[in-house]
Design a protein around this ligand. Structure first.
Ligand code: SF4
Ligand code: SF4
Length: 213
């Protein structure tokens, strides 16, 4: 697997998807959402977490941790943000995993890397584009730093939940995690990263995380 950085080129450009919406359908609960995604969804829809939960997102469990994901609609098995013409109705604010496709992310001690999911996109003759341009994310370095911190925080908590085998610990840590990073509304007029930093601080100094360290 070739590991790439944001300044590398990769065969990603599928010609604006041209009538294809395959990766917005039948995805189960695989399009997981991070706090930045929720901030973006709040900004574009005006809905808070509870409003999004009505029909656009749902909760699933990954290695003991409860996480939200895009909800495939029961009638169509398509994402609730896919419009009647097969286009993303929230394109400018779409979640990070939607922007990424057909790339994957890999984390190691050097940080975040990208790699091409060779057979993921149905379009075969894709053209090369710089990953940074493909992602269309403002302040990408800051976003990548956030992703790395988020990945580590999630991993640490999942490892603790697995290690402890305690329903009480799993429940209490999930309640706090969901409340702090997802349910508590973000101020969409304010910088996301500042808000995330404060919430992370709150999480890390909570009784739950004191138990973890
Ligand atoms: S599978 Fe490829 S071409 Fe089809 S919607 Fe996804 S990214 Fe676009
Ligand atoms: S948010 Fe947009 S790009 Fe992502 S799965 Fe839904 S319709 Fe597709």
């Amino acid at each position: 697997m070739q590991l790439l950085s944001a300044n590398d080129m990769a065969r990603l450009d599928c010609g604006d998807c041209d009538g294809c919406s395959a990766c917005c359908r039948g995805m189960g609960q695989s399009i997981l959402l991070d706090p930045y995604d929720i901030y973006q969804l709040q900004q574009i829809t005006g809905l808070k977490f509870a409003g999004l939960m009505q029909e656009k997102i749902e909760l699933s469990v990954e290695d003991g941790l409860i996480l939200p994901s895009l909800r495939m609609q029961p009638e169509t098995d398509a994402c609730g943000f896919l419009d009647a013409k097969g286009r993303c109705s929230i394109h400018s604010h779409r979640p990070g995993l939607c922007r990424l496709f057909p790339l994957g992310r890999k984390y190691d001690e050097k940080g975040l890397h990208y790699f091409l999911l060779e057979d993921a996109c149905e379009i075969r003759n894709r053209t090369k584009v710089k990953i940074r341009k493909w992602l269309e994310i403002p302040a990408l370095s800051q976003y990548e730093r956030f992703l790395t911190i988020w990945h580590d925080l999630r991993g640490d908590l999942q490892a603790q939940i697995g290690k402890r085998q305690s329903d009480t610990f799993a429940q209490e840590s999930n309640v706090l995690f969901l409340e702090l990073f997802y349910k508590r509304p973000y101020d969409t007029e304010e910088d996301f990263y500042t808000q995330f930093g404060k919430r992370r601080e709150e999480f890390c100094t909570s009784g739950i995380l004191a138990e973890i360290s």
